[in-house]
Design a protein around this ligand. Structure first.
Ligand code: 13P
Length: 249
């Protein structure tokens, strides 16, 4: 049985004061022994704050990006070992906002995934189609290309440690959500792609949904057999909403 993973992606939001308030509410509202994996992915400058606050709690820490380089003259970049130093267990890689605003391509994303795995952290690999791609029937082709660029560089040991996030670009921050069946269809397709490399790993890999997941739609999305959790943007910034999604059945 795959555990459900609920990860908050704070994106470029927060401050020392609002992070402290948000985390203390989340920690206070968490079950003692949650049946789900819970992660918050904070902006780089706040990783130290979040690592201190989350130490000894049931909430794990993640980052939102990583450099493809190990170290050196890469002004402004943050390496995987730096993230590991600050207790990051997870790193979001290839988010559509990175692909769109920083021209990240599949080959770069694949190398970033390797960096994260090399440091024994868990990559949350984002894939997803744009609206015109869905409307022209290209969804499977697009997500397969994004996923396979990564699968092609992974060993079988790596593969079982991957998390995939299906985030249809048209559903991010728009209030439009894929219907549970639409999301399930893509998740099942992604799992088939993984199974083509390793059927054992395909059963283990958590495939989570992202794109306007909220307390009022989380239940039906999370009930689908191939939806193993959520990558939550806006609703992760409100403790009451994030906790409600964590508690959704
Ligand atoms: P929203 O939940 O705000 O749509 O964001 C989803 C997302 O991009 C998470 O990575």
């Amino acid at each position: 049985m795959r555990r459900t993973l609920i990860a908050g992606n704070w994106k470029m939001n927060g401050s020392l004061a609002t992070n402290a308030a948000l985390l203390s509410e989340i920690i206070a509202g968490m079950p003692v022994a949650p049946s789900r994996d819970v992660v918050v992915c904070a902006p780089f400058p706040y990783l130290a704050q979040c690592a201190d606050t989350l130490a000894g709690t049931v909430v794990s820490l993640g980052a939102q990006d990583v450099s493809v380089h190990a170290q050196g003259a890469f002004t402004g970049d943050v390496s995987a070992s730096m993230l590991s130093d600050f207790s990051c267990g997870y790193v979001i890689v290839g988010h559509s906002e990175r692909r769109a605003y920083h021209a990240e391509d599949d080959a770069l994303v694949a190398q970033k995934v390797l960096r994260v795995l090399d440091l024994n952290m868990t990559p949350i690999l984002c894939v997803g189609e744009m609206l015109e791609q869905r409307e022209s029937g290209q969804t499977n082709e697009v997500v397969a290309a994004q996923l396979n660029a990564v699968l092609d560089v992974l060993t079988s040991d790596h593969l079982s440690r991957l998390v995939v996030a299906y985030e249809p670009v048209w559903a991010i921050g728009t209030g439009k959500t894929a219907t549970p069946q639409m999301a399930q269809d893509v998740h099942a397709f992604l799992r088939q792609q993984i199974a083509a490399k390793s059927s054992d790993s395909a059963e283990l890999v958590q495939i989570v949904y992202g794109g306007s997941m909220k307390p009022d739609n989380a239940n039906e999305l999370l009930q689908m057999p191939d939806i193993d959790g959520g990558l939550i943007g806006g609703a992760a910034l409100k403790a009451v909403d994030f906790l409600a999604i964590i508690a959704a059945v």
